[in-house]
Ligand binder design. Structure first.
Ligand SMILES: [Zn+2]
Length: 105
């Protein structure tokens, strides 16, 4: 397996994982529950990681990541919960986890 991506915010990893799954690429989250009770490990070593199940998908997965990071599809949106700006391709707010189409009504 290849490590595809790591980020301190696991909601961002969840978003990326969902998008890759829609594209038919399965991934595995490691260190999902990192941060708390880890002891004296350096913080970076405990970031959640996204690993590819099938290394053959690596180039395609990197291309999808590139699209996500550079926002080629749709328009960015502001979370109704915390007002944070999110990538168009994200379905959950990266900061508080609220769904894009969640409503106060
Ligand atoms: Zn939010």
């Amino acid at each position: 397996m290849k490590k595809l991506y790591t980020h301190e915010n696991r909601i961002i990893l969840f978003n990326i994982r969902n998008l890759l799954r829609e594209a038919g690429i399965e991934t595995v989250l490691r260190n999902e529950f990192a941060g708390g009770g880890i002891g004296d490990l350096p913080a970076f070593d405990t970031w959640p990681e996204l690993w590819l199940e099938d290394d053959d998908n690596y180039e395609r997965a990197r291309a999808i990541l590139h699209d996500i990071e550079h926002g080629t599809a749709g328009s960015d949106w502001y979370c109704r919960g915390c007002q944070e700006l999110n990538h168009a391709s994200f379905q959950l707010c990266w900061q508080c986890g609220r769904p894009m189409d969640d409503s106060d009504d």
